[in-house]
Unconditional design. Structure first.
Length: 233
């Protein structure tokens, strides 16, 4: 008798939307791209948004798609899903969730239980409607509430969390803030404007120096016409 084992197919979609509002979507993208930029030079930090994570081998019924997750020790690259048993069994260390206006507390409790059960080290939950940030850190095997969250620095990411009038602000270790694409474009436009102004000032200084030199040469020529050595003055 020949025994064959069918390959397990892990779905790459849970048929749920990535975001349910523009605010939620923009925050997910900002956090994901901010983390991506933070570790862009480290080939062994994988960052993903809305990617299904399967923590248990063979169990396609056990999965979660964090709004953003950061995995240290796994290479960058495209994936249809994060199948932990095929990734050296490395657990996503940091996860972010952005709460939707439709999310019931029961759903959020289930997510917390999932991250608790499957070994996440740091879990951050932001509610943009209430401008509330919650965080949990694994201590002695359990996810414990972080208090206070204001000014908290992530042990894994090194980023600092602040709640401003405009909502959640995340600061890199170098003090730079996570920015949206629109904010990045605005900063680049300002940088281009500053460079253009500096170039214009340098050109004006060069023109003034050239005019002064020409004036000096004309004066020297006039003195020579009067039989006066300009170098002796």
């Amino acid at each position: 008798m020949q025994v064959t084992t069918a390959e397990i197919i892990y779905p790459s979609s849970d048929d749920q939307p990535m975001a349910e509002s523009t605010i939620q979507y923009e925050l997910i993208v900002k956090i994901k791209e901010g983390c991506e930029s933070l570790f862009k030079n480290d080939p062994n930090v994988f960052v993903a948004a809305d990617l299904l994570w399967y923590p248990v081998e063979g169990r396609i019924d056990i999965s979660q798609a964090p709004d953003t997750m950061v995995i240290f020790g796994r290479p960058k690259g495209d994936r249809l899903s994060y199948i932990q048993c095929r990734e050296d069994n490395i657990i996503p260390q940091v996860v972010f969730e952005i709460r939707s206006h439709n999310d019931r507390q029961t759903k959020m409790n289930k997510k917390l239980s999932f991250y608790q059960r499957h070994g996440v080290e740091e879990y951050y939950l932001y509610d943009p409607e209430r401008n509330e940030l919650q965080g949990w850190q694994r201590i002695e095997g359990n996810l414990e509430v972080i208090e206070p969250m204001e000014g908290w620095i992530s042990p894994r990411l090194g980023v600092r969390f602040e709640l401003g009038e405009d909502g959640l602000e995340i600061y890199r270790p170098d003090g730079e803030k996570f920015l949206s694409y629109a904010e990045l474009e605005a900063e680049r436009a300002l940088d281009r404007q500053r460079l253009q102004q500096e170039s214009q000032r340098a050109e004006q200084e060069s023109q003034r120096a050239e005019q002064a030199e020409q004036k000096s040469e004309r004066l020297a020529a006039k003195l020579r016409e009067l039989n006066i050595d300009p170098d002796s003055i």
